[in-house]
Design a protein around this ligand. Structure first.
Ligand code: HEM
Length: 137
């Protein structure tokens, strides 16, 4: 009996690990965001990368748009009556993120690299705030 429950616990643990190892669709979009934003931050003030940077921002904004359509995993742990507000707040945060990248694109096109850098910091703050509110612990 003891061996059986041990085997059961082991199976459960393995299952949980596997479950966790699998990305949610939202995590998939977040990974695109993370990779491309990192690249962008490395070459934002390089005028020879201007077009590449604009292309990156457009790719990032599509990922944000896709992410906005998905609900965070944490939604399931929010009381049913509060879920609509939770999702609306999440979507509003995603709109702010998209706006920050849109402004970054305008700044880059104007050759205003300092402004573009400041907007990267804005993205960093939106990310921190967004993860605190919407990411499961
Ligand atoms: C409006 C701002 C943001 C919000 C509301 C947000 C929300 C979330 C949520 C809810 C998850 C968990 C996925 C799930 O529940 O299925 C997540 C994961 C993640 N996010 Fe964001 N996010 C934001 C901005 C960003 C930005 C700007 C980046 C990177 C530049 C980023 C990178 C990641 C990464 C890498 C993960 C995967 C988990 C991890 O490795 O920690 N996020 N985000």
């Amino acid at each position: 009996m003891k061996i059986l429950s041990l085997a059961f616990a082991a199976t459960l643990l393995t299952g949980m690990t596997l479950l966790h190892a699998e990305d949610s669709p939202l995590e998939g979009q977040m990974k695109i965001l993370a990779k491309d934003t990192k690249q962008l931050s490395q070459q934002i003030a390089d005028s020879s990368q201007q077009q590449a940077n604009i292309d990156l921002i457009e790719k990032i904004r599509s990922a944000v748009l896709e992410a906005k359509k998905l609900n965070p995993r944490k939604t399931a742990s929010i009381p049913a009556t509060d879920q609509a507000k939770f999702i609306a707040d999440y979507q509003a945060q995603m709109d702010k993120l998209s706006d920050a990248y849109a402004q970054m694109e305008i700044a880059l096109k104007a050759g205003n690299y300092e402004e573009a850098r400041n907007l990267l910091s804005t993205v960093g703050s939106l990310k921190k705030e967004g993860h605190k509110k919407f990411k499961q612990d």
